[in-house]
Design a protein around this ligand. Structure first.
Ligand code: ADP
Length: 487
């Protein structure tokens, strides 16, 4: 009995430490907006890097810029490739564009090939990684184009999305600042990322050129903006998490005299590294961080993204089993870091069978904990709920933080106009992508709900979260088209 009470106490203590009532979320919103300002004011001014992307115009159906871009497209026959690298998977895409300038359905079709990145390549050398990617890309092109000679004759344009922090020199290239999400290829840090890809492609006779090198969030924003011009930001919540948004060039103070055609530039926030004392941090987060390859780094990501949620749950279950024998003896699986993957944790969370059969099966099969009593299984579901709810609500606060920075949260911020005491509320779309948001419905519901809760009834109907699939890749192909030179 006493032991049971101790297990319940572990949960209660954890739940309390994870509390994200709306007051606390508003503090996180404010902190996000403040850090965004600081990161734009000076290099190193914040944990938020607020990186320039050199994407100063986003595709859409109407503006003049895009009309010329379609004329260009038609003369290029409109086939573009994209490579999306950065998590557990990489994707290669072929996007066909066509139609006339007033036709919004100008993306005629796209084909995708998704592959897992062999884990050993994540910690190998850049040559190994890019040789593998270039050859996958070549096979994909040959399969799609029908015959192999074509790839040697006509130069193809590639949009390359890369979801790690990069200091861009231009739309074509950038230097890797650091790795995240378990990648560790030392010879790439501080070096240009598109060059070794370009080399690997030439080595195997693939006549393809990197025409746009962008963060994956930027690809997502490009596609979402193409479909809906009110899109101002894009957020990715998959293995890792990040966001970008459209900023006024004159607000990018650290880069005085930045010239852009549109007066705006997309800023890659690298929000995974956001930190604030208002974030509800527990002892499990502290331990997870201390045992990670990148301690004191990516603090927000470690509370929010798919790479870590299952691991936090595992740590809490381990603690529970140390307190009580109702979980049996501690299995080696349960003690092994990252043995509970987030999709399995989601499956436990969403088990709607009355006897929690799936939970029992996952505990048995994947964590080697047999015969867990129903009442303990219920506690474990609750642990999953606490972890996911916190993650989703913090991501929601981050999104509202961006809206606050650009004056779209209805609080009458810097750029929103006020007429006779009434603030103008503009329709605002935020694109959201990534496996955690798209595949995990409880996460999505908690996130959507929290955005509404923070913004309030009056403003929230004007803010739309739109999920996109393969948006980052298709968007990168659009950017490759927009930024490729005609010769
Ligand atoms: P990337 O690895 O490029 O971020 P995704 O955006 O597809 O790719 O995200 C994959 C991540 O999403 C996985 O690492 C996992 O954490 C999470 N995920 C995928 N499917 C599910 C699911 N059904 N439930 C919960 N999380 C999921």
């Amino acid at each position: 009995r006493r032991r049971w009470r101790r297990v319940v106490a572990v949960l209660e203590e954890f739940e309390e430490a994870c509390a994200t009532h709306v007051g606390r979320l508003r503090q996180v919103v404010d902190a996000m907006a403040v850090e965004m300002h600081a990161g734009l004011a000076s290099e190193g001014g914040s944990k938020l890097k607020m990186l320039l992307t050199f994407v100063d115009a986003l595709p859409n159906g109407y503006n003049k810029y895009i009309v010329t871009y379609y004329v260009h497209l038609l003369s290029e026959k409109g086939t573009y490739y994209a490579l999306d690298l950065g998590g557990t998977n990489f994707r290669v895409l072929r996007v066909q564009l066509g139609g006339n300038s007033s036709d919004r359905s100008a993306i005629l079709r796209h084909d995708v090939d998704r592959q897992a990145i062999p884990p050993h390549l994540m910690t190998s050398t850049s040559e190994d990684l890019f040789d593998f990617i270039a050859s996958s890309l070549k096979q994909f092109v040959e399969r799609e184009e029908g015959f192999s000679e074509l790839s040697a004759v006509k130069r193809m344009e590639l949009g390359f999305t890369f979801s790690f922090p990069v200091k861009q020199m231009s739309i074509l290239s950038g230097i890797l600042i650091k790795w995240t999400k378990g990648f560790a290829i030392e010879d790439m840090v501080g070096k240009d990322v598109s060059e070794p890809l370009q080399q690997a492609m030439s080595k195997i006779g693939l006549n393809m050129r990197v025409a746009a090198f962008v963060n994956d969030t930027v690809g997502t924003l490009a596609l979402a903006h193409y479909h809906d011009e009110d899109t101002v930001a894009a957020v990715i919540i998959g293995t890792g998490t990040n966001a970008c948004y459209l900023e006024r060039a004159d607000a990018i103070i650290k880069c005085q005299g930045l010239l852009t055609t549109s007066g705006c530039m997309v800023v890659n926030m690298e929000w995974g590294n956001f930190w604030s004392s208002h974030l509800p941090r527990t002892s499990y987060d502290v331990d997870l961080d201390a045992n990670s390859p990148n301690p004191n780094d990516q603090g927000f990501e470690k509370m929010v993204s798919g790479m870590y949620l299952g691991e936090i749950v595992r740590r809490v279950i381990l603690r529970m089993s140390e307190e009580s024998d109702s979980l049996g003896s501690i299995s080696s699986k349960l003690s092994a870091p990252f043995s509970l993957r987030t999709p399995l944790m989601a499956a436990m969370h969403e088990d709607d069978s009355p006897d929690l059969r799936k939970v029992a099966r996952i505990l048995n099969d994947d964590l080697e904990i047999p015969d867990v009593p129903l009442k303990v299984r219920k506690l474990i579901v609750k642990v999953c709920d606490v972890v996911t709810r916190r993650a989703a609500r913090l991501a929601a606060a981050g999104i509202v933080g961006i809206l606050k920075k650009i004056g779209r949260d209805g609080s009458g911020g810097v750029t929103s106009g006020r007429t006779k005491g009434l603030s103008k509320v503009r329709r605002t779309v935020v694109a959201v992508e990534g496996g955690l948001y798209t595949n995990y419905s409880m996460f999505r519901e908690y996130l959507n709900e929290a955005v509404t809760e923070i913004l309030g009834e009056e403003i929230s109907p004007h803010v739309i979260l739109r999920d996109t699939e393969d948006g980052s890749g298709i968007g990168a192909a659009l950017l490759a088209a927009a930024y490729s030179s005609p010769n």
